[in-house]
Design a protein around this ligand. Structure first.
Ligand code: 5GP
Ligand code: ZN
Length: 121
């Protein structure tokens, strides 16, 4: 169950189902879904079920849930490809306007990178 929601936060609303999303994996501490403006096919966001604007605002138990979920998503989309060449992915997390953060609820981007450059970016 989610805690520390902020009424005006779009990502808190997504967690509560008040704004629709394409849900991927939900756990006790996190929620993941497809980005509405993907920079690549299957661009996903993994967010804590805790309203904090920046990484350092999160309790450790929420942080600890994020990377295992990200790893599951990598496997689910078939990007668990070994070897340094071929398909890859970025895990990206912005903190503050100066660092390009737009939504003030911590989120980790999972951005698949295809070796054939069919992604949008
Ligand atoms: P930031 O620049 O804050 O790191 O990225 C915010 C991301 O959230 C953007 O990639 C944007 O497309 C995504 N986003 C913003 N609003 C919504 C929404 O209502 N639904 C979904 N699925 N993604 C959103
Ligand atoms: Zn929030």
């Amino acid at each position: 169950s989610a805690v520390a929601h902020e009424a005006s936060c779009i990502f808190c609303k997504i967690i509560k189902g008040e704004i629709p999303s394409f849900k991927l994996i939900e756990t006790k501490h996190s929620f993941s879904f497809l980005d509405i403006q993907p920079t690549a096919e299957a661009h996903a966001l993994v967010i804590p079920k805790y309203h904090g604007a920046k990484l350092h605002n999160l309790p450790d138990e929420y942080l600890a849930d994020i990377l295992p979920v990200t790893k599951k998503l990598v496997k689910a989309i078939g990007f668990d490809v070994d070897g340094i060449d071929g398909p890859g992915y970025n895990v990206l997390q912005n903190n503050g306007r100066i660092a390009h953060q737009v939504v003030d609820h911590v989120h980790f981007h999972l951005i698949p990178k295809r070796d054939d450059k069919t992604g949008l970016i």
